[in-house]
Design a protein around this ligand. Sequence first.
Ligand code: SF4
Length: 541
Amino acid sequence: MLLLGDEAIAQGALDAGVSGFYAYPGTPSTEIMEYVQRSRDAAERNVHRAWSANEKTAVESALGMSYAGKRAMACMKHVGLNVAADPFINSAITGVNGGLIITVADDPSMHSSQNEQDSRFYGKFALLPMLEPSSQQEAYDMCRHGFELSEAVQLPVLLRITTRLAHSRSGVKPRPAIPERPLQLPQDMRQFVLLPAIARKRYRRLIELQPELVKAAQESPFNSYQDGPDRSMGIVACGLAINYVRESFPDGVSPYPLLQIGQYPVPVNRLERMADECGRILVVEEGQPFVEESLRGALNRGMDVRGRMDGTLPPDGELTPNRVRVALGMDDRSGEPVPEIVRMRPPALCRGCSHADTYKALNQAVKSEYGDGHVFSDIGCYTLGALPPFESVNSCVDMGASITMAKGAADAGMRPAVAVIGDSTFCHSGMTGLLDAVIENTPILVMILDNSATAMTGGQDSHAYGRLENICLGLGVEREHLHLINPVPKNHGDFVALIRRELDYDGVSVIIPTRECIQTLKKRSKGKPAGSPAGKQGGRQ
Ligand code: SF4
């Protein structure tokens, strides 16, 4: 089978007898769920495969399925793990019943993300075993291995991938599928009750398990030590990075000892061997200096360790074959400058996007009267309103932050304070912020830009579809300060007047401009399911 890394994970989990996928869309992880949603096998087996409201609910639901004895997977991009950090860390304490894999796709170089972060630190923080594939085949195989490991140690397993693996394709040899697990309650019925007395006991167990996790990593088929004749240097390569190392040598054979790490905790015995035998160690890892830092220690004395921390490799951004070549002391083949035609172009709203009409109205009502600095945005296509020609919004921090930031600014005395958020993002984590504002009747105007889709990741269904008005009323927004409008050019005058009117109100107002994303509209009219990439960069960025 020719599969993307994301698809290999989906197929690997399906063939390993998984009963449910829980995910929130976000590049580069979106295609895992999309593959499962297209899978006939998943449909016939009735595998759970609907999008979750956010990453936290995804991890909690997957944990619930594990509680019931079945195998489950939660998927998200790296910043999604920040949202899910609470259940993620606590699931290490509760442990699991059925196997549980939490797949997180990191995005070094921020191709479509607001930050670079390395999820392996979360795995270490939670004291959980981790897997990091170097190829699509390993991504597939690691699913079965991950579920078995999870059930053997009774802990969730973090499966970490990066953009390049998620979005590149390669042949994968599938294995015979195994049946789903039966419904089965946990043996210890108190295990999931994290009252302090139980949590303390469970945490102690987690600590006691650590040597077993190290042993499992040391014996893992995904960690290997390949000796080499030239011991002036040893190379540690994690996950995908092994490919860049191999590409640097003729026939892909390293003359230096080469330690490949695909399962964590770090296999200490193999590192010790390299430290004893080699003059210096180069650590090649995608993301932050996770292994390098543990090799150097706090004082950085003794071993000659090279990597991202000393500048042998750049401290940020994605690895490339050339960056690794240079780190190995070879010639720089960065080549000719990138021709203009293939250069990255600034992203822009699609022609005819409803957000453009909303920003025109917002600019006329807010920017031209009060100046810049009054509009707080969230993450989604509408964030592109920060760029020319609109330059309407002044913030983009994380999912849900627009309403809460506008509230904080209003609390500080800023008038007006306007929040812009999408329908899907509002469901993800905007609702609680609106509740905060309603409780205090904070003078803010919230614009929920309803395009009836999670558009930036390709048009997945929005949980809010047809429900936004009722949700706002349910949260306590006053009927007379809650308005729907179709943001089409002929309504521009009414739209501007409505915004002006609500800016004058000294409390919470909500305006919901409602018009479907033209990309999902096009797909629907061609009879295609929404959910495939809309041809834009980005995702949950
Ligand atoms: S994908 Fe949809 S919402 Fe996003 S910019 Fe294009 S038309 Fe607008």
